[in-house]
Write a protein that binds this ligand. Structure first.
Ligand code: NAP
Ligand code: ZN
Length: 385
């Protein structure tokens, strides 16, 4: 939409037309859909703290499940979005109710629902719908839906208008096609972050075939990073954590790292130059990518999952010698998310969490900015009652 140049005029028209269509549909549906009120926590603007709010949810359709939200993880993306740090790509619509690492209990299942019944646990991640017919949807990569996908919060809501609202809420309604089964073996609070931090790290490690005989770096030991360490270890790779926090070294090893490098120490970094097959970069803030690219061996890949608000400069020669690759990855599709949950159940993997009441959410955001979280905050939604 923000691309420049005349040659994309047609695309712009298509985008504009589909937006108009979406708005009309939303307005039509908004008048038709019955809704109910739910308690939530919302940000009223980019510089307002999160505060109690009342939102509307649609009454479940035949294919929908209605969840009582039990736990919701706190992703750094929630903070970026609430503070409108991604305004050039996905501007925030206020009030904004974030949260896309959701575990809930099914309290209502529509007549056409096949995979869930009342009383079951169900999980919801970053998406709640997609077109279902484009090439990406057909490939099970709904996150890249050309529609585009309807994300769990801050996406146009085609049913009741406005934008979608996330899991910092007592209740959520979702098409069962976008709800995941939660294996019994998984602790619900520890399983909540798997819906984003889990799949966002599992998917690229699988896509780039990380496994035995490879040396893999994880940059940043936060919510995503600690899950990447667990998965890369489980896949059989030699795992090295690259951290700015020397105090996290012991935890890194406990989580599954074979070695820890304090990235501020140039001499330590130099020891690993040209030695990594793959590096997953989970950093949420501006940092020097070239320092990490230099650690890759020939044909090695650095994949970005972290999404800092400002561009990261890359020196051409960090890539040219010796034919290194810089890539990106976005969450994962529904099928792969279920595969990841089942893998976690089989291997006893959950997130290391600090459970907080919703009233501590603003404090949690400040701690997130300081890297002071071990290693994911999860909101106990009973605190909202
Ligand atoms: P987080 O828990 O805050 O972890 C980020 C980690 O980055 C910190 O713990 C810290 O680790 C490191 N870090 C922070 N500031 C740094 C700096 N200035 N220089 C170097 N390292 C720094 O965040 P998260 O929830 O894991 O999310 C990480 C990023 O991924 C966010 O930008 C988020 O929006 C993005 N994300 C992307 C996707 C996707 O689909 N691609 C999905 C979810 C989240 P150390 O203390 O170890 O250095
Ligand atoms: Zn997330």
């Amino acid at each position: 939409m923000t691309k420049e140049g005349k040659e994309i005029t047609d695309n712009q028209e298509i985008t504009e037309m589909s937006e108009t269509k979406q708005t009309t549909l939303a307005e039509g549906a908004a008048s038709a859909a019955r809704t109910y009120e739910a308690k939530a926590y919302a940000a009223a603007s980019a510089d307002a703290p999160l505060a109690p709010a009342a939102i509307r949810r649609r009454d479940p359709r035949p294919q929908d499940v209605q969840l009582e939200v039990l736990y919701c993880g706190v992703c750094h993306s929630d903070l970026h979005q609430v503070r409108n740090e991604w305004q050039s790509v996905m501007p925030t619509v206020y009030p904004c109710v974030p949260g896309h690492e959701i575990i809930g209990r099914v309290v209502k299942a529509g007549g056409a629902v096949r995979r869930f019944k009342e009383g079951d646990l169900a999980a919801v991640g970053c998406m709640v719908d997609s077109c279902g017919t484009c090439a990406s949807c057909r490939d099970g990569q709904e996150q890249f839906c050309e529609g585009p996908a309807t994300f769990t919060y801050n996406s146009p809501d085609p049913h009741i208008g406005g934008v979608t609202h996330g899991g910092y809420s007592e209740s959520l309604v979702v098409d069962e096609a976008f709800a995941l089964r939660v294996p019994d073996q998984l602790d619900p609070a520890g399983a909540a972050p798997l819906q984003c931090a889990g799949i966002t790290t599992y998917s690229p490690l699988r896509h780039w075939n990380v496994g035995k005989g490879q040396k893999v770096g994880v940059v940043g030991l936060g919510g995503l990073g600690h899950m990447a360490v667990k998965f890369a270890n489980a896949f059989g790779a030699r795992v090295v954590v690259l951290t700015t926090s020397p105090g996290k070294a012991e935890d890194a090893v406990r989580l599954g790292a074979h070695d820890v490098v304090v990235s501020k120490n140039a001499a330590e970094m130099q020891k690993h130059a040209g030695s990594f097959d793959f590096i997953l970069d989970t950093v949420s803030a501006v940092h020097d990518l070239n320092a990490y690219l230099n650690l890759l061996k020939r044909d090695g890949t650095l994949t970005l999952v972290g999404a800092p608000e400002t561009p990261l400069p890359v020196k051409a020669f960090s890539l040219l010698f010796p034919r290194r690759q810089l890539a990106g990855s976005l969450i994962g599709g529904i099928r792969e998310t279920q595969e990841m949950l089942d893998f976690c159940a089989e291997h006893g993997i959950t997130s290391d969490v600090e459970v907080i009441p919703i009233q501590k959410i603003n404090e949690a955001y400040e701690r997130l900015l300081k890297g002071d979280v071990k290693y994911r905050f999860v909101i106990d939604m009973a605190s909202l009652k």
